[in-house]
Design a protein around this ligand. Sequence first.
Ligand SMILES: *Cc1c(COP(=O)(O)O)cnc(C)c1O
Length: 336
Amino acid sequence: MQLTRFPRVRLGHLPTPLEPMPNLSKILGGPSLYIKRDDCTGLSSGGNKTRKLEFLMADALAKGADAVITQGAVQSNHARQTAAAAAKLGMGCVILLENRTGSNSPDYCGSGNVLLDHIHGAPTRTYPGGTDMNAAMEKVAEELRSAGRKPYVIVGGGSNPIGALGYVNCALELVVQANDQGLRIDHLVHATGSAGTQAGLVAGLEGCRSRIPVLGIGVRAARPQQEENVYKLACATADHLGISGSVARDRVVANCDYVGSGYGMPTEGMIEAINLVARTEGVLLDPVYSGKAMAGLVDLVRKGHFKKTENVVFLHTGGSVGLFGYNGIFDSTRPT
Ligand SMILES: *Cc1c(COP(=O)(O)O)cnc(C)c1O
């Protein structure tokens, strides 16, 4: 497994910090909690898509593209980081946004990530929830081709075997960092959505035979579907890396009990988790992904899922810009 065989452009501030969360660990009275700060990847306020885009944008450039097209939810962190990467590389960028939550609040539709898409110079087009977004992207690609451009389509979340290489890279980075710090990692926990992050992590951690178990906390699909998506992509990523067969099905584990009423829909646990981590560790999570993942982690700690002697690393995948798209949900927990 050698990542330098693949084209890559440097977009992130790497390695990201791996830090203890002593206050949160103490207040929960469970295992020792650590945080891997992929919210600090640097590109346009950071997040997990930056690592994927290092490989995806390099592939686009290698194929002679002069513009990229991608899609996501209205408050997509992936769209925002793609717009920033395209700006940095002097490429065009068109963003397609699917209104999955059905919200028409001005904050949701115009602030947070949407505001930043526009500041980075990317036009956005919004589609109703349930639209076939891959077909919509193909239509836009056709438009750009007729105008003489060479577009490159990036799948939602950047989750294909090329994008997942970014999280193979993160797995290698984490193993070295933990070794340097003398930290034995017993569990790695993070938010899982379009599956590329978990697939890359599992392929990378299994590729170097770390035996570190990964737990993805789902934000959209039910568990069987989510695990299937991650497993398929992890196997395809291992194939792409030339280490076919290295990912066993039982290394892919998702817990989808913290989704609530749907993707991007607020939950009590998410609001509590965001307030808790902000007020104990000074770290901002996000309402769609890391807040729900942390709600899951907090609940599992309270239920005694982990041993007190274990070390649990939470991978912070970013997204706090999305808080500004959800203005209002914290009203009832405002300090007085
Ligand atoms: C996209 C995203 C995730 C999920 O990562 P996937 O690779 O899509 O599973 C998690 N957290 C944040 C903040 C994200 O933007």
